[in-house]
Design a protein around this ligand. Structure first.
Ligand SMILES: [Zn+2]
Length: 199
């Protein structure tokens, strides 16, 4: 799928997928820092001998650029993550906070992806990831203001979505409590319930 608010700027068609893996299967996104300007990152994207690709580039100003269909696995955070998650690169380097435009682009994109793919929540280490959580790297160099992004995402939810989110949070808390008490069967049942809610 193509994100309607992004500018379509395709990457080389060779730089996507793996043998036998043509569709991404997870629900979530991995955020990155380009550690340079947009022009340099696009240059790397276009190099056929550079084994790196990603779905979206988020520039300091202006709309997102989309390089691959959201279904396609791209090459941004290692095999496991690539088979599961969307990759989003951010223009700029370590020490530069995201611009207001970049934050707004991220919030709008993540909301749209969540709607398209029916994400269960906006949660770190569940649907929202950093590159360094999959491999040895400093990327995205602490540049992602997660608390603000998640607050903006949750503020824009409908009342029904807010109720469902609270229920999921309550159920997750209960599941943890039961697991700690070693009521394993009950905990497993709650996990099934969470899975049903997440569909
Ligand atoms: Zn990265």
């Amino acid at each position: 799928m193509r994100y309607p608010a992004a500018t379509w700027r395709p990457g080389p068609p060779e730089k996507t997928c793996y043998p036998g893996v043509r569709i991404r299967t997870g629900k979530g996104a991995v955020l990155h820092s380009m550690e340079g300007p947009l022009s340099a990152a696009l240059g790397e994207l276009d190099k056929l001998d550079r084994r790196a690709s990603w779905h979206f580039s988020n520039p300091k100003s202006g709309p997102l650029l989309q390089h691959y269909e959201t279904e396609a696995p791209t090459w941004h955070a290692g095999y496991q993550a690539n088979c599961a998650y969307i990759g989003v690169e951010h223009e700029g380097v370590a020490g530069q906070p995201l611009t207001e435009v970049q934050v707004a682009n991220d919030v709008a994109l993540l909301r749209w992806l969540a709607q398209q793919e029916d994400w269960p929540s906006f949660s770190r280490h569940a649907t929202l990831w950093e590159h360094n959580e999959f491999m040895q790297t400093s990327c995205p160099s602490g540049r992602i203001p997660w608390a603000r992004i998640i607050a903006d995402l949750e503020n824009d939810m409908s009342e029904q979505e807010k109720i469902e989110l609270s229920l999921r949070k309550a159920a997750a808390g209960l599941t943890k409590l039961l697991a700690d008490l070693d009521f394993q069967k009950v905990a497993n049942a709650m996990k099934v319930y969470l899975g049903v809610v997440a569909q």
